[in-house]
Design a protein around this ligand. Structure first.
Ligand SMILES: [Zn+2]
Length: 383
């Protein structure tokens, strides 16, 4: 199949179908919304990079990231939890990139800084630093400014030029959203001081991620494909890291190509096995829902995985009586479902609770739920 799209990694123009969904609903992953639509992704026939089939227009992206994005989660930094350990997403990202910051940088910019959850840590721990953010969403940048950060509300595109230079340029969870990625990287190349450092975080298909089901992620790379793309565009990745506290993402520390760089081994793409694992899992969940059609159900976990299942399984067509979640900030309504603390089960009855949490939390929560004497469907442990 030949489409207009050019692969940013190998510059190939030949693509084959990779994924088409038919539920009629899609997940807008970044702000956890389920909306009508379908997914159509392609795979580069030469290098295996995955891409959205349709090229989004500049107006469409402008509207999504300026007005619509962050509608669901405004003002709330996502919490990652492990036994006895709760950390915000911003803190996890900051602690991850902190060892890779230069000794004493004078200036730092984060492009796509959202509500400033990462920049807040940077500004607090390095008060001498000239610290700036750029964010497309008006609402998110307002929240960041209210927290005392210097944030410009704009979406970088086309021939936009940033007038200052920075020692550190951070883009976390941004590049996979950028349609014109080569010109975007071109803008970044112009704003580093001599020896300036770039730190990128992107979801990778090296692990069992699910971002291939995000409608607004335009690109899905492995670490090898991403490094190859950066290298073609003039950046050497001098360090690549993953983090068990932030599964599915890779961190890339880069310099302009005239500095010495060590290119790590190129990994094979797991994209097809990841896709097939999820499609099989969606089918198992649909089978369970069909077999248990008369059961009154609740779910546990008001977040991305619940949206993923609501978008691509029959859970999206089923009445969900309640969603249980330990994070009290989420109590209220989430995608139309009332969210309560787990002890809601003490006074209310359902026939089964479906775990709608990240895989790594499922056995822990399944164990916690034993005390309530209700059937728990933990698809992450069963498969
Ligand atoms: Zn390619």
């Amino acid at each position: 199949m030949t489409v207009e799209r050019i692969c940013p990694v190998c510059q190939g123009r030949a693509w084959s179908d990779f994924l088409t969904t038919g539920s009629g609903r899609v997940l807008v992953g970044g702000d956890q919304r389920v909306v009508p639509g379908y997914i159509h992704k392609l795979e580069c026939s030469i290098c295996g990079t995955i891409s959205n089939a349709r090229i989004a227009s500049a107006e469409e992206l402008q509207n999504l990231y300026t007005n619509e994005y962050l509608g669901q989660q405004a003002g709330m930094d996502h919490i990652f939890f492990d036994e006895g350990n709760m950390k915000t997403r911003g803190r996890v990202i900051y602690e991850w990139l902190r060892p890779w910051l230069p000794q004493s940088p004078a200036s730092l910019i984060e492009i796509g800084c959202g509500e400033g959850h990462v920049l807040m840590h940077v500004a607090k721990e390095m008060p001498w630093l000239k610290c700036r953010g750029i964010e497309g969403s008006q609402r998110a940048s307002d929240i960041a400014r209210q927290a005392g950060l210097e944030v410009d509300n704009l979406l970088i595109s086309g021939d936009y030029a940033i007038s200052e230079d920075f020692d550190v340029i951070i883009c976390f969870g941004v590049l996979e959203h950028i349609e014109e990625i080569e010109s975007f990287i071109g803008i970044l190349l112009k704003i580093a001081t001599t020896g300036g450092r770039y730190i990128f975080g992107v979801p990778l298909q090296d692990f069992l991620t699910h971002d291939v089901f995000f409608s607004e992620h335009i690109w899905h790379w492995t670490s090898g494909q991403f490094i190859r793309m950066l290298s073609r565009m003039g950046l050497n990745a001098v360090m690549v890291d993953n983090n068990p506290d932030y599964p599915g993402f890779g961190l890339f520390v880069c310099h302009k190509s005239d500095s010495a760089g060590v290119c790590p081994e190129i990994s094979d793409s797991n994209a097809r096995s990841i896709r097939d694992w999820w499609l099989g899992t969606f089918k198992s969940i649909d089978n369970w829902l069909a077999e248990n059609g008369d059961k009154r159900i609740a779910v546990f976990g008001a977040g991305e995985i619940l949206c993923l299942l609501m978008a691509y399984t029959d859970l999206g067509k089923r009445e969900i009586i309640a969603c249980l979640d330990e994070d009290i900030r989420k109590h209220g309504l989430f995608n139309g479902i009332p969210v309560y603390a787990p002890d809601w089960l003490n006074d209310n009855e359902v026939d089964a609770v479906i775990l709608t949490l990240n895989l790594r939390y499922q056995s822990l929560v399944a164990k916690k739920m034993e005390g309530y004497g209700v059937e728990v469907y933990s698809w992450g442990c069963n498969i």
